[in-house]
Ligand binder design. Structure first.
Ligand code: ADE
Ligand code: ZN
Length: 319
């Protein structure tokens, strides 16, 4: 599906394709518990979010220097552009690299080296969003915020990701307040595996502008009314939800109920190297399995620009 669209929920580390994992492992002399692209791909069967995260954090160990991050981002931008993505708001996980001893400078400089020429090379404008790993707790998030200070000119927003259940958004109130005071945009994963209460907290305690995933909001009619009233966007990732078994099958996904209730939903890829498809593939999949019309897909694409952090005049140019 090459409809022009914005992608608002993609983890750059989740765009690391197996071929690049093996190439980086070789040139950086990183030992991996798999010997080939095929062996790695064979592991892409997940029971839940944690079983995915275990492999996601393991594979990104091959990313050691700026060049590696540049190549990951270049690869993503080329594949996304081929599926109609014109604007991408890209997550990265600073702590996942800092804990391995990779300096933040390598990560940010590497990503920026790709992103700064993305419009000319791929026709894709970009934003960069640094996510805190919620399972490392609020103190570690505060330390990460400090580590990000020298790089803030390149960072447009902060988010919250990794293992969700047991790590409620309200624990991160302090660091989100600091990010807001610094003028950054605020988003958070909530309601992927976690309960609707976590979505309420993301809205009311963190003050996020968008909720990443948010699909479990559908279990709470009051929350659905709130999201619809405020037009708070959800960045839904349908193929991710199937692969991580938050829904049993795509034709059982409750995205249509959210849309019917007036929620501003967008369609995104999350970790496309692992979940079987990029943004356009996710559009195709919801049309095939949920029966969305061409007009409905155009509305999802329009929503992606409405929900983006592009300036108003740029957003309007896409609508
Ligand atoms: N990090 C990468 N992908 C994620 C997801 N789907 N949920 C939470 N954290 C993530
Ligand atoms: Zn995600």
């Amino acid at each position: 599906m090459s409809l022009p669209k914005a992608e608002l929920h993609v983890h750059i580390e989740g765009t690391l394709e197996p071929e690049l994992v093996m190439a980086c492992a070789q040139r950086n002399s990183v030992d991996l518990p798999f010997r080939s692209v095929e062996e790695l791909r064979a592991r892409y069967v997940f029971d839940d979010l944690q079983s995915f995260l275990d492999l996601y954090y393991l594979a990104m160990d091959v990313l050691q220097v700026a060049r590696d991050f540049t190549e990951v981002a270049d690869g993503y931008l080329a594949r996304a552009a081929a599926q109609g993505v014109r604007h991408a708001e890209i997550f990265f996980d600073p702590q996942a690299h800092l804990v391995r001893g990779v300096p933040l400078r390598e990560v940010v400089d590497g990503l920026v080296a790709s992103l700064r020429t993305s419009e000319q090379r791929f026709g894709v404008s970009t934003r960069l969003i640094a996510c805190f790993l919620r399972d490392k707790g609020p103190q570690a998030a505060e330390e990460t915020w400090e580590a990000l200070q020298p790089h803030l000119e390149h960072i447009d927003g902060v988010g919250l990701d990794s293992a969700e259940v047991g790590y409620p958004p309200e624990d991160f109130r302090g660091v989100f307040e600091r990010a807001r005071a610094a003028g950054l945009h605020l988003v958070a994963h909530a309601g992927e595996e976690g309960p609707p209460a976590y979505v309420w907290q993301a809205l009311d305690t963190l003050g996020v502008e968008r909720v990443d995933h948010g699909v479990r909001s559908v279990e709470d009619p009051e929350l659905v009314r709130r999201l619809a009233r405020d037009r708070t966007p959800l960045t839904v990732c349908p193929l991710s939800n199937v692969r991580l078994r938050t829904v049993a099958a795509l034709d059982e996904h409750r995205l249509p109920e959210l849309v019917d209730a007036g929620v501003l939903a967008t369609i995104n890829s999350d970790d496309p190297a692992y979940f079987g498809g990029y943004a356009g593939d996710n559009f195709d999949a919801v049309q095939r399995d949920l029966g969305f019309s061409d007009a409905a897909l155009r509305e999802f694409a329009a929503n992606s620009f409405r929900a983006s952090f592009l300036p108003e005049e740029q957003r309007a140019a896409y609508l």
